[in-house]
Write a protein that binds this ligand. Structure first.
Ligand code: PLP
Length: 337
């Protein structure tokens, strides 16, 4: 099977499995896992932040970032396409007691002016104050769109002006960096907190890391425990994460190159890609996406149909040039016939 459903399907390589097997471990809930401590120190240094925290998933990393920087009854602002708004089971409302204001844009981004128009900071007893904004870089539903650093700086300035926190869901921050040529720490500098996933294009089996100032990360650690996210000998995962950061970041550009090859070949056959897709996530228009996904699967190519007329293909490190060529041939026959 050529599995293009998501970059989360990547499996740990033999070399990654070896470092996991050999990882030095301890009880991380007591702060005694040397591999976790090493990963957290490494991530904090890489993103130029005071502290870092390993979490089991991107969903929990986002949630503890929101919990640590808001109070129940607050409002948070994000794109209408944002992952926490669409795909995290309403946890902001259910766990955080937060309401959400959203900004509509097909790429999942927004401007400083759009953000400023949503801010509520007056002390009116009728209103819920907006205390945090969140960006996603690169975007998932926005077809892997990446933020220009200057736009994030402008967003950060609006947040500072209104005493709001800024969180970056950087599940795929290193994909964005590969496109914009901006080091991740410059994005992180604009934001109070940033989380990134080890388990997507980087190829580790699980784990996300949240970075920020020491006080916020301490609060996040308490919420991680509350949510049941304290893991004991998590060093086996941290070792995979460290390996991924050291060995796999540079390979993301190859995923983007294969995604471009795929897109060019199929656009040449008349298939429509509604979004620019500069990274590894491609959306394609098709009359019946469920039927198309089924027909592709029968020919050995897996894709997701997120809506009735859209198919999604995500390139990742377990898809090589030969698999890309094969996926193109199958798509030509099923989607372009
Ligand atoms: C942008 C974004 N944020 C957060 C997540 C959540 O990550 P996880 O599946 O590890 O909970 C995802 C998962 O696909 C994502 O695409």
């Amino acid at each position: 099977m050529i599995d293009l459903r998501s970059d989360t399907v990547t499996k740990p390589s033999p070399a990654m499995r070896r470092v996991m097997a050999e990882a030095e471990v301890g009880d991380d809930v007591y702060g005694e896992d040397p591999s976790v401590n090493r990963l957290e120190r490494h991530a904090a240094a890489l993103l130029d932040k005071e502290a870092a925290l390993l979490l089991p998933s991107g969903t929990m990393a986002n949630l503890v970032a929101f919990l640590a920087q808001t109070h129940p009854g607050d409002t948070v602002i994000m794109s209408r396409a944002a992952h926490p708004f669409n795909y995290e089971r309403g946890n902001l409302a259910m766990v955080g007691g937060l309401t959400t204001r959203t900004i509509d844009d097909p790429l999942g981004k927004f401007t400083a002016a759009q953000l400023a128009a949503q801010v509520v900071c007056e002390d009116d007893p009728h209103l819920s104050r907006t205390t945090l904004a969140a960006i996603e870089n690169s975007t998932n539903r926005g077809g892997g769109a990446c933020w220009d650093l200057h736009d994030v700086e402008d967003i950060a300035a609006v947040c500072r002006r209104h005493n709001m926190r800024l969180h970056c869901d950087g599940a795929r921050i290193f994909n964005a960096c590969a496109v914009t040529n901006v080091e991740a720490r410059y994005y992180a500098q604009c934001c109070d907190t940033l989380c990134f996933c080890l388990s997507k294009g980087l190829g580790a089996p699980a784990g996300s890391v949240l970075v920020g100032d020491a006080t916020t990360i301490r609060r996040a650690l308490n919420y991680r425990k509350m949510l049941g996210g304290g893991m004991r000998q998590a060093g086996v995962l941290a070792a995979a994460g460290l390996y991924a950061l050291e060995h796999h970041v540079a390979d993301l550009a190859d995923d983007h190159r294969r995604a471009r090859t795929f897109r060019r070949a199929l656009e040449g056959e008349g298939l429509r890609f509604p979004l620019p897709s500069p990274t590894n996530i491609m959306y394609m228009e098709t009359p019946d996406a469920h039927k198309a996904a089924h027909a592709l699967a029968e020919r050995g190519v897996l894709m997701l149909p997120p809506t009735a007329h859209i198919l999604r293909a995500v390139f990742h490190r377990d898809i090589d040039d030969a698999a890309t060529a094969q996926a193109i041939e199958v798509c030509k026959q099923i989607l372009c016939a």
